[in-house]
Design a binder for this molecule. Structure first.
Ligand SMILES: [Zn+2]
Length: 215
């Protein structure tokens, strides 16, 4: 099936749009992407991601977010899976559940799909870990991209609540978000999950922003 689809729609590089192999990352981008792969702590949560959110990776992620192509979800989730294996599974931090950053009704309506959900679903299949929607966004984080880190944290705290019937008590949850910037979003999600009794909350993204020194 995959081969047939690839014949009908030859794979294109997610980052530059040029022809590529089934990995959907062309050779040029593969060598020029700002690879990360590190484990960092952002806003009190362990986070890992294959890419830094800058340059070619930033453009690619923005392109990816405008489309809804499941082959791209799978190709990018494969990159996240490497980080999850290296930093969590190989160190016996094995999540019971994978979840993703929720959207509120307005965002769902406007955008039509949730990339973090798509990435989480692909990742869950690859790692054989169940994926569940656990969180909803309760407040609007309007103009978040324009506010500074401090305001973002204030805006985000308490902005997520648990979906009715979600059972997280005593569980280790892996949160997936497409882009992790200050960590305010994953921090707020982790807070909500821990309030509901989750034991451990860890996170993985597609891209994270580099730590900036503040003096
Ligand atoms: Zn490319």
């Amino acid at each position: 099936m995959q081969t047939l689809l690839d014949l009908l729609f030859p794979p294109r590089c997610i980052f530059c749009g040029e022809a590529s192999d089934a990995s959907r990352i062309c050779g040029v981008c593969r060598s020029e992407l700002p690879w990360c792969g590190a484990l960092e702590i952002k806003n009190g949560v362990l986070v890992t991601a294959p890419l830094y959110y800058e340059g070619l990776a930033r453009n690619g992620v923005l392109r990816y977010k405008k489309q809804n192509v499941f082959q791209n979800d799978r190709a990018l989730a494969a990159l996240i899976a490497v980080c999850v294996r290296n930093h969590y599974l190989n160190k016996t931090v094995v999540p019971d559940l994978i979840s993703y950053v929720g959207q509120n009704a307005v965002q769902r309506y406007r955008h039509g799909f949730n990339q973090s959900r798509n990435l989480a679903l692909s990742l869950g299949k690859m790692l054989d870990i169940p994926v569940k929607p656990l969180l909803t966004k309760t407040l609007s984080l309007a103009k978040q991209s324009r506010s500074n880190a401090e305001q973002r944290r204030a805006n985000a705290s308490g902005a997520y609540s648990l979906k009715r019937g979600a059972d997280v008590a005593g569980k280790c949850i892996l949160l997936v978000d497409d882009v992790i910037t200050t960590g305010s979003t994953v921090g707020a999600c982790a807070e909500a999950l821990k309030r509901a009794g989750a034991d451990t909350v860890i996170a993985a993204g597609l891209a994270i922003t580099k730590l900036r020194r503040t003096f």
